[in-house]
Design a protein around this ligand. Structure first.
Ligand SMILES: NC(=O)N[C@@H](CC(=O)O)C(=O)O
Ligand SMILES: [Zn+2]
Ligand SMILES: [Zn+2]
Length: 406
């Protein structure tokens, strides 16, 4: 393990009261523990300037971000959660794990219309649709998807791995090769929920084993396929992504996997609102993904995996996996980058690396984050019930420009 002194211009640390009580204390100003020696930079000037920290930054203006992994659901839940994403994000990759799943372009077009109808008046938010891959998806469907101009990726859910994945793929290499070859021809990215479902594999090892058994052989077989490893949680995933070519393999990272380790599941009792899949991992893994995303690497981008579930479905004897983060995600990402002394790298993660990977233009408009405390509501109501957001009831810093103040 080596110590890196970062040369970022934004370094003053706010010492906020801990918003998420399970966080480790941040490293001291400007000093970042970095496990990857190829990224080290130690300069005399950086050391000298660390003696006199510049005044604390009060405001951040960044290109409007996109969310490259979002669950919007449908019906009443869609109507309630969509404004939270549309307020801060210009575009979102919309996950297809509805009941029943979005397996065809025709269905994706209908779902897209439903989302557009639910948008607040005047919103320019653009949903980027995805198809749910099954054992029987045809190469022809990929051509139709590409031609539609509204489907931007295909999602691999290993059957049984996560919420509404029962219709997912049972054997990607055995059953889906012709489809994947067509995706290479069409330049269509494969988005991956990277966990094996083998009941003999420990829950905390499911991502690592998926990389070994499925992802590494897949990349070897189809090196031209664009792959996004969604919601990475481990050092193993970081190492794998970085062993692959930039532009071919990338990863999204959620706020919860950057801020919480697995202790958060058991702090003072079982904490169902911290339960998502892949499940939170131990602290060393959290540190590895924080180092990776704050390093400035172009292979990581923002994907909240905001996944609303009714409070009653979270607080019951067999609670659903998924954390609702859309209203708080930007504040939380800013907190992560600030704690790492890397606020200057935030914009690339939130607003550049994603569109660059997908071959889409970067957004033109801006969003302002102000250092101003705002209290996260305990719950958000929708037709039939309430949804508990991440950081429920906590006070967060970095208020996005159009977030209502309490
Ligand atoms: N992340 C989760 O825990 N849940 C997601 C599904 C997923 O992204 O795996 C959901 O749809 O609820
Ligand atoms: Zn997933
Ligand atoms: Zn998800």
């Amino acid at each position: 393990m080596q110590i890196a002194i970062t040369t970022t211009t934004v370094s003053a640390h706010p010492h906020p009261k801990p918003l998420v009580s399970l966080l480790r204390p941040s490293p001291p100003h400007r000093v970042r523990i970095h496990p990857f020696s190829h990224r080290l930079s130690t300069t005399a000037s950086a050391m000298a300037s660390s003696v006199l920290p510049p005044p604390q930054q009060q405001q951040l203006t960044i290109t409007r971000p996109d969310d490259w992994h979002l669950h919007l659901r449908d019906g009443e839940v869609l109507a309630a959660v969509l404004p939270h994403s549309a307020r801060h994000f210009q575009r979102s990759i919309v996950m297809p794990n509805l009941k029943p799943p979005v397996t065809t372009t025709a269905r994706a077009l209908e779902y897209r219309e439903e989302i557009l109808r639910a948008l607040p008046p005047g919103s320019s938010f653009t949903p980027l649709m995805t198809l749910y891959l099954t054992d029987t998806t045809s190469p022809e469907e990929i051509k139709i998807a590409r031609k539609s101009g509204v489907v931007f990726a295909v999602k691999l859910y290993p059957a049984g791995a996560t919420t509404n994945s029962q219709d997912g793929v049972t054997d990607i290499l055995g059953k889906c090769l012709p489809v994947l070859e067509e995706m290479v021809r069409q330049g269509m990215p494969l988005l991956v929920h990277g966990e094996v479902t083998d009941p003999h594999v420990d829950t905390f090892d499911r991502e690592k084993v998926f990389i070994e058994r499925i992802l590494a052989p897949l990349v070897q077989k189809l090196p031209q396929l664009k792959i996004v490893m969604e919601h990475i949680t481990t050092m193993d995933a970081v190492n794998f992504v970085e062993s692959c070519k930039e532009g071919h393999v990338a990863a999204t990272v959620t706020p919860q996997h950057l801020l919480l380790n697995r202790n958060a599941l058991f702090q003072g009792g079982l904490q169902p609102h911290n339960y998502c899949l892949p499940v939170l991992k131990r602290e060393t893994h959290r540190q590895a993904i924080v180092s990776a995303v704050t390093s400035g690497s172009r292979q990581y981008f923002l994907g909240t995996d905001s996944a609303p579930h009714d409070k009653r479905m979270k607080e019951c004897s067999c609670g659903c996996a998924g954390i609702y983060s859309a209203p708080v995600a930007l504040s939380l990402y800013a907190k992560v980058f600030e704690q790492a002394g890397a606020l200057d790298k935030l914009e690339a993660f939130t607003s550049f690396n994603g569109p660059d990977f997908y071959g889409l233009p970067r957004n033109n408009s801006k969003i302002v984050l102000r250092r101003s405390g705002w209290k996260v509501p305990a719950t958000y109501a929708y037709g039939a019930g309430v949804i508990v957001p991440m950081s429920s009831g906590n006070t967060l810093e970095w208020l996005p420009s159009d977030q209502p103040e309490e």
